[in-house]
Design a protein around this ligand. Sequence first.
Ligand SMILES: *Cc1c(COP(=O)(O)O)cnc(C)c1O
Length: 319
Amino acid sequence: YPDRAATELRTAVGALYGLAAEKVFCANGSNEVLQTILLTFAGPGRRVLTFEPTYALHGHLSRITAKEVGSVDRAEDFRLDPADAADAVRRVRPAVTFLCSPNNPTGLVEPAETTEAVLDAVAEVGGLLVVDEAYGEFAPSSAVELLAEERPLVVTKTYSKTWAMAAARLGYLLGPTWLVEKLELVVLPYHLDALKQAAGLAALDFVDEMNARVAAIVEERGRIEAALRHLGAEVWPSGANFVLFRPPVPGDRVWHGLVERSVLVRNTASWNHLDGCLRVTVGTGEENGRFLDALADILGRPVPPAAGSASQRSPQEDP
Ligand SMILES: *Cc1c(COP(=O)(O)O)cnc(C)c1O
């Protein structure tokens, strides 16, 4: 059997944030972290609250575990008004409230003001606030700074995005010691196998390389956002490794045009709230250039300056 408490891994993960192992809970992907939170703190007779649009698994896992799932729609621009969000918490009185920052699928980062307003309301109603930071490393700010023993707040993270280790299935949560102890009571014994624990530890020997890759992606993201605006698309400022945009012609048509040019992006055009939108993941400089070239071609517009394929740009612009 593996080390049941995964102490070495939890110690190393905690050290990334200056936190003790007792404040770290690891599981098979952050989806299992989320499920374990819900099994522990939601359940029959209890409610969960989400702010839509957001990561679909929050609602899905909640519907499986909790009695009732309340969802409040974000504003037209996908932002959340702090006072409205806090009011929703006081009205629904959820056992578990989810925020996702950067939000999937919009990429928007929740301002500290909003997180704090929701956290105050959550504390008032005796609930728990889960901030899902699956894309947190790509963002300028984090809710980790708000963590404290006496606050009902946890932050979830994953090896799947930043570490490009989705196949290893490893995610974790940072939170109060008392809360991690409760999760350990609920999760299956020996749920984290020895190979996964070793893989998670080994990855942490490469933090510098990972940070360099994140910096390169963030730079490319800025280039994509600027080029998309130049091409007449509506663009939501992203704190993640993807960009949500609404092209000036129907998203569905653009998506098919991109596929014909061997470029695959996420077609979110028919998703609830995301009328006509597409979500592009930031790739290498060359891939991003090919995407922008293809899009310009479909829209019949000139390729924006410094946005075309890598060969058209000077070498130092490549990450
Ligand atoms: C990808 C993703 C996850 C799940 O990640 P796993 O660790 O692979 O389970 C959780 N939350 C959000 C917002 C995600 O985008």
